[in-house]
Design a protein around this ligand. Structure first.
Ligand SMILES: [Zn+2]
Length: 425
């Protein structure tokens, strides 16, 4: 007996049933004749792998849309960091992350990669909600309310990794914030710790031209050359943004097998530029997709992100054949899971059942439908996502959250909104 049976799924033009048991796609073939605890009829619906959001700061959902029309540095230094200094606490992280996780589940995301503070809270929320996440405690050189010295940040990060290593839901990672907030010594310590604990490293890289210029001025090298010299780049390195990479750096990224977590919406809003990821892809760099935090996006919609991403590449290269549909969808789904060596993001027997079901039929905006993938990529609204399944567990179905008390989330967010609003006026 299956746990879930998805009937009549249209996979690349073939109608099949998907039998799920113990979190895994056990059978994928036409007309499965076996009983199941739950059955979902996907006739005239779209079944696809769930999304993998490869760069975010989930708790920052409580700061959604604060600070308009500022440079990245002004936005961080004058608006975000002072607010974080005042409000970030265990409760802030717990409530903000719960809000973000609810939005992600509703939007069909079942894995995210997070960098923030009080990450134990993030991990607890993830375990309770039943999704998966790569999670890391941000490491900086300058003092904040969570730590005073690089050594102290590293100790917190190490403690987090050791605590959550056995978790079935959490992949603990090390998160040096960036080249401009971490010294060479700090990065060497991160590298040493990552080797000792066998962890992934997640870091912001080359987000703005100003950042790149700063690295060149200080170290006489481009950021990826500098990081490569330290020895930190490997297939366990995920660099967020990577907007301004030159040809030598693209070669380094490809040779070291790093993953670039592309965040086009945030890069546009903060005026950071357009990462020419189609070029990266063609040079063999693994590219995945992230929304970044909601403070700079201002949503966590992977559907919107993948749409923006695809159109930007066609526009940037003045080539409508750039970034074809299947590659674009892989970047939003499979590539992120692959970066973490997770067997998901593909609808195939033996893969984790991280699946979404989309119902495009209730909205005239979606009709007529000639190509489901084109609909997903170019025009589908997130509200059409009807079911989100993470490792064989239904987390969201027809507007109902199965693992999150959404009324409580709304109540908590409202009270944070009032407090933060008062601080802004
Ligand atoms: Zn970020």
């Amino acid at each position: 007996m299956f746990d879930i049976l998805i009937k009549n799924a249209n996979i690349d033009g073939k109608i099949v049933d998907i039998g799920i048991k113990d979190g895994i796609i056990k059978s994928l073939k036409p007309n499965i004749d076996e009983s199941s605890k739950e059955t979902i009829d996907a006739k005239d619906k779209i079944v696809m792998p769930s999304f993998c959001n490869m760069h975010t700061h989930a708790a920052m959902s409580l700061l959604k849309g604060i600070g308009q029309d500022l440079t990245l540095m002004d936005w961080l230094q004058k608006v975000i960091w002072p607010l974080e200094g005042r409000f970030v606490s265990k409760e802030f992280v717990k409530d903000g992350t719960t809000l973000a996780v609810a939005k992600m589940i509703k939007g069909g995301t079942t894995f995210f990669l997070d960098m923030y503070f009080f990450e134990e809270e993030v991990a607890n929320v993830v375990e309770e909600a039943g999704i998966r996440a790569g999670i890391g405690f941000g490491i900086l050189d300058f003092p904040t309310k969570v730590a005073s010295t690089p050594k102290e940040y590293l100790e917190r990060a190490k403690y987090f990794v050791e605590t959550f290593k056995p978790s079935d839901y959490v992949i603990p990672v090390l998160c040096p914030h960036s080249v401009y907030t971490c010294s060479k010594d700090t990065l060497y310590s991160v590298l040493e710790l990552s080797q000792k604990l066998d962890t992934y490293i997640h870091m912001h890289i080359s987000e703005t031209r100003k950042e790149v210029d700063g690295v060149i001025e200080k170290y006489s090298k481009y950021p990826l050359e500098y990081l490569d010299e330290i020895g930190i780049l490997s297939d366990k390195f995920i660099g967020a943004h990577g907007v301004h990479l030159n040809d030598d750096e693209i070669n380094i990224a490809s040779q070291r097998k790093i993953t670039i977590a592309h965040c086009p919406d945030s890069n546009l809003k903060l005026g950071s530029g357009i990462a020419p990821i189609w070029k990266y892809v063609k040079h063999g760099v693994r590219v995945a997709l992230g929304t970044d935090g909601e403070a700079s996006n201002d949503n966590l919609s992977m559907l919107e992100e993948v749409s923006i991403m695809t159109k930007l590449q066609k526009g940037y290269f003045e080539d409508s054949t750039a970034m074809p549909i299947n590659i674009a969808l892989d970047i939003a789904t499979k590539n992120g899971f692959e970066a973490f060596n997770i067997k998901a993001g593909v609808l195939k027997e033996g893969y984790d059942a991280d699946i979404i079901v989309i119902n495009p039929n209730n909205d005239i905006a979606n009709i007529p439908i000639y190509n489901e993938k084109a609909l997903i990529l170019y025009s589908l609204n997130e509200s059409a996502i009807e079911t989100t399944i993470a490792r064989g567990k239904i987390l969201y179905h027809k507007g109902e959250f199965k693992t999150i008390d959404i009324e409580k989330v709304k109540f908590n967010v409202k009270s944070w909104q009032e407090k933060i609003k008062n601080a802004l006026t």
